[in-house]
Design a protein around this ligand. Structure first.
Ligand SMILES: Cc1cc2nc3c(=O)[nH]c(=O)nc-3n(C[C@H](O)[C@H](O)[C@H](O)COP(=O)(O)OP(=O)(O)OC[C@H]3O[C@@H](n4cnc5c(N)ncnc54)[C@H](O)[C@@H]3O)c2cc1C
Length: 454
């Protein structure tokens, strides 16, 4: 084996990277470590959009995932956006392509991924990384249980609270102090902790077989599309998963004034429906009907995001997925961007000229390719949230909740502006294919390797 990689974190992105290495880089050995007692996913849905789907197919999961969807012929999911915080809703935009993109239950998707790892690639659970030390040509991992391990490359796929990112930015800050750059060190330390995104989400699932007969027949519960019901300072996302047997719901709120600060409270908590009472009253009938049937068991999620990192790579250590770019979920693209990291890095490590001696160059090239792309998506996702909460332009932001609820607050031109922005902000999803982008990325890797060889 030419390289020995430690993948820290067996979330969806770490698993996708492991599967991609198996497929594209059979001469790269890897070990997955995870701090949890077992791998699990939150009981909620996930959208796998066009580009993310292309990657899941490329790494070999298509057949198994299509079984979850139930029909190979099923069309790509359409996204229908409405302004719904008024008694009669208004259509804003429909986004649909002829190319596939689907919605899944997270647990079902994760199960398929785990099946793709053979027993020799088992995930080492209860292995929580505390820190690492860089040695000459290798990395030593330090775990909470006192054990250590060595690898040629450490990949931090350990989520938004990433210990790998924490250790990397502590090391970079210490180096800045040693070089007499106190200001630089202070700036680097600000990337260790995630910050509050300004968004709070309530998530739940509705099983259709638990609905009263009349409600189960209601069109609100029988859509094949992903519905995004937008309104002032809040929106509701509803889409079917598990072959339409279950509806995934996310109620998304702007929390004014705290964005960008470190959030001290609990990030997730179980709450009752009480917290939401009245917050969608007066909305269009479809929404009111759905809210009537929300169970009393909701997961409240304070969304924290990664800061805009100045690098994803340092020496033989690299970040991917939420560890690198945890973003607000308004484009349903966070995991997809992590899959893109996994796909690119697996191809880079597979390159015949990437060896122990050139690994650090490959990681720098990965940073040069993936950091701008994923940070752009994070910024667009943030803007999408503001747009869906009718706060993107200064004129829209001036409209109050009461004015918006009256149906008179936004002019038809402003509504068109919101609809056009939905399309504009998601244009990147359809511009190129991941295969085309991989070719460009490979050329960048080769140029970086050639530069060093000279
Ligand atoms: C409400 C919401 C809706 C979303 N919807 C979508 C969507 O529709 N589509 C989409 O593409 N994305 C979506 N996302 C984003 C997506 O969920 C994340 O981007 C994705 O799950 C990140 O995966 P990950 O593997 O990078 O991190 P994680 O899933 O957080 O996995 C990290 C893993 O690392 C382990 N770990 C943590 N610390 C350590 C340590 N110190 N040592 C060892 N192991 C450790 C953890 O146990 C965990 O298993 C959404 C996010 C939210 C919050």
């Amino acid at each position: 084996m030419k390289l020995n990689v430690a993948i820290m974190g067996g979330g969806m992105v770490g698993l996708a990277f492991a599967i991609a290495l198996r497929k594209f880089a059979p001469d790269v050995a890897f070990t997955i470590y995870d701090g949890a007692t077992e791998l699990s996913e939150v009981g909620a849905g996930i959208t796998v959009q066009r580009r993310a789907w292309q990657i899941l197919c490329a790494i070999g999961l298509e057949e198994e995932l299509l079984k979850l969807i139930g029909s190979r012929e099923q069309k790509s999911v359409a996204y229908i956006y409405r302004k719904s915080d008024q008694p009669e809703g208004v259509h804003l935009k429909t986004i649909q392509t002829s190319e596939p993109g689907y919605t899944f239950h997270r647990g079902e998707l994760q199960k398929v991924m785990i099946q793709y790892l053979t027993s020799s690639h088992a995930v080492h659970t209860r292995k929580r990384l505390i820190s690492y030390t860089t040695l000459k040509g290798s990395v030593e991992l330090h775990f909470q249980d006192g054990s250590t391990a060595q690898c040629d490359i450490l990949v931090g796929a350990d989520g938004v609270r990433s210990a790998v990112r924490g250790a990397m930015y502590t090391k970079l800050a210490n180096a800045a102090v040693a070089a007499g750059d106190e200001e630089g060190a202070k700036a680097l330390k600000e990337h260790i902790s995630p910050v509050f995104s300004g968004t709070v989400i309530y998530r739940t699932l509705i099983r259709k077989d638990t609905l009263p007969e009349e409600a189960a027949q209601n069109p609100a519960f029988n859509k094949t599309e992903a519905m995004i019901y937008a309104g002032k300072n809040r929106h509701l996302v509803v889409y079917p998963i598990s072959q339409g047997r279950v509806l995934n719901l996310a109620m998304v709120f702007t929390a004014q004034g705290k964005e960008g600060s470190v959030y001290d409270g609990a990030w997730t908590s179980s709450v009752s429906k009480e917290e939401l009472i009245g917050r969608f009253s007066g909305w269009e009938p479809e929404v009111v009907e759905i809210m009537k049937h929300v169970s009393d068991n909701l997961l409240k999620w304070v969304i924290n995001v990664a800061t805009k990192l100045p690098t994803y790579a340092d020496g033989l250590v690299v970040l991917m997925g939420d560890a690198a770019h945890a973003m607000s979920p308004h484009q349903g693209a966070g995991a997809g961007e992590g899959f893109e990291d996994a796909y690119v890095l697996a191809h880079f490590l597979a390159h015949p000229s990437v060896t122990k001696d050139t690994a650090a160059i490959a990681l720098q090239a990965y940073d040069a390719v993936r950091r701008p792309a994923s940070q752009k998506v994070a910024a667009l996702s943030h803007m999408s949230g503001r747009n869906l909460h009718l706060n993107l332009s200064a004129e829209c932001a001036d409209v109050t909740e009461q004015e918006s609820a009256s149906g008179e607050g936004l002019s038809s031109d402003q509504l068109k502006e919101v609809g056009d922005a939905i399309q504009q902000l998601t244009k990147w999803m359809f511009a190129t294919t991941v295969a085309e982008d991989r070719q460009v990325a490979m050329r960048k890797l080769e140029a970086a390797l050639a530069n060093v060889a000279q």
